[in-house]
Design a protein around this ligand. Sequence first.
Ligand code: IFM
Length: 446
Amino acid sequence: MLGKEFCWGVSTAAYQVEGGVNEDGRGLSVWDVFAARPGAVKNGDTGATTCDHYRRFPEDIGLMRGLGLGGYRFSVAWPRVQPSGSGPVNAAGLGFYDRLVDGLLEAGIVPLPTLFHWDLPQVLEEAGGWMARETAFRFADYAGVVADCLGDRVPAWVTLNEPFIHMVFGYALGVHAPGRTLMLDAMPTAHHQLLGHGLAAQVLQEHGGQVMIANNLTPVRAASDSDADAAAASAYDALHNRMFLDPLLCGRYPDLTAFGVPPGLGGSVRDGDLEVIAGAPLDGLGVNYYNPTRIAAPTAPGLPFAEAAIEGVPHTAFGWPVVPDGLRELLVALKRDYGHALPPVTVTENGCSTVDVPGEDGAVDDAFRIRYLADHIDALAAAVAEGVDVRGYYTWSLLDNFEWAEGFSQRFGLVHVDFETLRRTPKASYLWYRDLIAAHRARHGR
Ligand code: IFM
């Protein structure tokens, strides 16, 4: 049974929903530059307008109020606040988040801002991006600027969103901004993001805020009982999960020698860094869960693992396997592996893309999403019954939005967005989530 204070929320991110990229002195982000590259994003889509949340946020808060939400996780666009990534603060850009936070509080919704959801100011990318150690210090300065403005009304912050995905897609493979293809040489971006987290966490905690980080985590399953598959699965787990949890929760990096990475991540870890990363203890761990990963031994030289398909389960429109029990498995394993070092957990993202087309009556019947959400929430409740301290569940996402390299082709929202007219239409899943939240509240007399 989920407790009285359990927080039901939705998540979004700035570049995916805001639009308004030229409004009020916002600087360029790496995503503006990347999306302008021919072929980088499906159909040449960009986040220039997307859902126009920048202007339509009062309507979107109305939709959230209609859901009876406890929390809204959004991200702050660093280039709106500091167009050059450091130095002068853009009061008009910061003013948007000031109004957003006030609007949320008026609607009885707790704001949960993420400070970095992949839209680095382009000026910082030109100085090395997250490959440069300096970026960690600029991030902490920026966190202080935002906390000075919003800290009186924001009880908790998420520093980074999915540093693993940002490292791999943005810097190793180049399929996300900034589009660099460094492969294993991208490892320093993991350390610099985590160092930035640690430095920012100190600043945020000095402002009286609680600190979380949102990691994309996956339970890793070996494709067979063979020793080779087990070793490959363990290597993948070290890269995807433990590289971003062990430093935060235990103050050390896992063994990455299977990747040819010497201790100290190729020289990027300096004396004292791990104390900074683990030194401002997390008040909560954000878990973004979408699916488990099945791993086999490599079949070609290069990486020490190969990804294997998960068959016999439904798949989302994106082709991601739907395995709700993977969420229970993941949460229970976190408690088993990290014990008392594990802070309370919040599921900061979970959701699916489906092909959602309004019917003749305008309604969007996304039964697949309802089943997906219901089954994952059941899995979460099962983990709680097994003793995991889970404080909230934020579904991805409130609105259909700009899905990075997939542009507008993947719809994750509880609310359908017509990207021509920007008209919002609550889907069947919106009504279902509203009723779920109302029933939970009624059970707890709230
Ligand atoms: O849209 C993304 C989000 O930005 C980060 N987590 C996964 C979501 C779905 O791909």
